[in-house]
Design a protein around this ligand. Sequence first.
Ligand code: AMP
Length: 220
Amino acid sequence: MRIALLGPPGAGKGTQAARICQTFHLIHFSSGDILRAEKMFGTSLGRRIRDFIDNGLLVPDDLMIQIMEQRVLAARDGFVLDGYPRTLPQSQALKRILQAADMPLDLVLNFVVDPKVLARRFEGRRICPVCLAVYHVDTMPSKIPGVCDHDSHELIIRQDDMPDVVRKRIETYQESMAPLFAYYAQQGDFKTIDASGSVDDVTRVVLDKIRRHFEAATAS
Ligand code: AMP
């Protein structure tokens, strides 16, 4: 299975991608996490992309395509893309790369969320700065408030979850994604998910859509 998740920052793509991967034994590629890890470790790539991330701007396409290309091609047993592609050139490059390797995308899920729900999700989001686990103070709290369940580090608010950066990220998302929706809608295998509900409710809908999609594909 090769699946891409589209949706604004805060739509829950990361959480749902992790659950999809656990259920169907796929590899999770979060472009945001990959970039943040490079930034945190101060690699040469990290230094090149730092300002884009900290200001909520998109990393240039040529760099992004290069970063994701080797990873997806190595995941021959299937993957879930979360946060990539984010522009039309990225989608076109992805299609070209995957087609050449005879491993096309099977399904694109587009997460849509009520803007008020989105705002609340950002206010409560916390992450572990070490293992990058994501929590929410109301909907997905850690067992001990403010402390990571996995490695006991103190949870923080991500620099790019600060209100001004969030606003910029959502604006950037809306501008860059419009042509992508048209592109994927034309190609079929594009399904919309209302991701405003609870994490578990959204997971049920997502897993059900995926199962139905693959059952129908196998039957035909
Ligand atoms: P995210 O956590 O997916 O919202 O990504 C955090 C930041 O990483 C974004 O605000 C961008 O600066 C950068 N980023 C993530 N994915 C992409 C992408 N596909 N193309 C360009 N920049 C990206």
